[in-house]
Design a protein around this ligand. Structure first.
Ligand SMILES: Cc1cc2nc3c(=O)[nH]c(=O)nc-3n(C[C@H](O)[C@H](O)[C@H](O)COP(=O)(O)O)c2cc1C
Length: 169
């Protein structure tokens, strides 16, 4: 188990386009008994409702969605630039419905005040759920979005979470 230290948000310099979009993160949710995790590359960090927040987009079909819906918290784990992507591809390629994929990917779970995250990461943000909004086809202004991303009807829910803690190795 690695040691993580609290990281002050005031000095955080994180490029969301590279850190989330190209390096990817692992979204983890659950409790001390049961946890699931999946790779994400869509999402962001910002300010909303007077709070520092993160937002993620999770399709209906994801098993992880059940863990987020049934709990109050979730986390994003980030990895060093040179981290081998194989385990992240695994978490983003198979469903935890069918197997213990965290174990199969040779990853471990740690907890920060009861919120699960991936031990092999080097940077973690934990969140308290503030809102869950299903993004409906009638909301799209750009007509190409529906056909490009939702032909199969597997819609995204946007979760906004208040940042509870930031941890770095
Ligand atoms: C690089 C990458 C990024 C992904 N980003 C997202 C995302 O932002 N939202 C989403 O719903 N699925 C995303 N996925 C797909 C899920 O990670 C994938 O469907 C996963 O197997 C779901 O696992 P689960 O059923 O155990 O929750 C991504 C997959 C990869 C490989």
């Amino acid at each position: 188990m690695h040691t993580f230290q609290p990281y002050p948000i005031e000095v955080l310099e994180l490029n969301p386009f590279t850190k989330i979009g190209s390096d990817w993160a692992v979204l983890t949710a659950g409790n001390e008994e049961k946890v699931n995790a999946m790779t994400v590359s869509w999402g962001g960090l910002g300010v909303l409702w007077g709070k520092n927040v993160g937002f993620i987009f999770v399709r209906d079909s994801r098993y992880t969605k059940e863990f987020i819906d049934n709990g109050d918290t979730f986390s994003l784990t980030f990895f060093p630039k040179d981290f081998h992507k194989t385990p992240l591809k695994y978490l983003g390629g198979v469903s935890g419905r069918n197997e213990d994929k965290i174990k199969a990917a040779h990853l471990g779970i740690d907890y920060a005040d009861g919120v699960p995250y991936i031990d092999e990461g080097d940077f973690v943000i934990t969140f308290k759920k503030l809102s869950a909004t299903k993004i409906m086809p009638e909301d799209f202004i750009d007509g190409t979005i529906q056909d490009t991303f939702y032909k199969d009807g597997d819609l995204h829910t946007m979760y906004v979470g208040e940042i509870l803690s930031i941890l770095a190795r």
